[in-house]
Design a protein around this ligand. Structure first.
Ligand SMILES: [Zn+2]
Length: 242
């Protein structure tokens, strides 16, 4: 049984974090949490995520109809519900516009692997899903093939969508990805990016298995390349292919 008040506090706390990190300017971004099989807690439209109070949050049914809350639900709740219906193992969806990860999506630059060990272990390959105009079912559907097989995706020319068992776990993936994308850009400005060699990658894969880390956070890079319908390529960053 979900403690509704506790979950509302958690959504507000993650809202504060995405705003203070610069991941959601003005009233950008939205957060949702499945409170039971028929109801989803979500953020309202036109609210700064950094200053939400528990009473500002809305509850919708699995068709997106608002069932409680004074404020109007976010128009992006359709995407959250589409994901929650597909992924019975996750409860939370966090969507925001972290600038470094979003910049990769605008440049259609594939996010490279094999640069930092913790990123390979926790995130793996992070896909960039095709662009779709926000708000409609096409927008919701664009990320589905990627979120069915991974826990985080960047939507082209838009932002990130990450999922998790809790709101905080979903958020962590976004924070980790954006810090990684920022570090990549700083390293590249210095002139060189060193990638792991085949042996180092194999050692990391073995460690990932040994630690029992969720293989799902990221995706298999080979199948990802095959599905990169968003016009995404490695141009600025050229990781080795094994
Ligand atoms: Zn957005």
């Amino acid at each position: 049984m979900t403690n509704l008040e506790q979950v509302k506090e958690e959504v507000c706390e993650i809202g504060r974090r995405i705003y203070s990190k610069g991941f959601a300017a003005a009233h950008d971004g939205n957060i949702s949490y499945r409170i039971d099989e028929n109801r989803v807690l979500c953020t309202p439209t036109q609210i700064c995520k950094g200053f939400m109070r528990p009473e500002d949050l809305c509850i919708v049914d699995m068709d997106g109809n608002q069932v409680s809350g004074q404020r109007k639900r976010t128009s992006e709740v359709r995407q959250h519900i589409t994901i929650l219906k597909q992924r019975s193992d996750v409860n939370a969806v966090v969507h925001c516009h972290p600038p470094y990860a979003t910049a990769f999506s605008i440049a259609r630059e594939a996010i490279p692997e094999h640069v930092l060990p913790e990123v390979d272990l926790v995130l793996g390959a992070v896909p960039i899903a095709p662009y779709a105009i926000p708000g409609g079912q096409a927008f919701a559907d664009a990320v589905l093939p990627f979120i069915q097989t991974g826990d985080i995706v960047v939507q082209a020319s838009h932002g990130t969508v990450s999922v998790g068992e809790s709101v905080e776990k979903a958020y962590w993936l976004t924070e980790k990805l954006d810090a990684y994308c920022q570090t990549l850009l700083i390293a590249r400005s210095l002139g060189r990016v060193v990638y792991f060699n085949k042996q180092e990658v194999e050692e990391l894969n073995a460690l990932k298995t040994q630690l029992g880390l969720d293989q799902r956070a990221g995706q298999d890079s080979q199948s990802l390349e095959a599905r990169h319908a968003a016009g995404v390529e490695h141009r600025a960053f050229t990781p080795p292919r094994f």
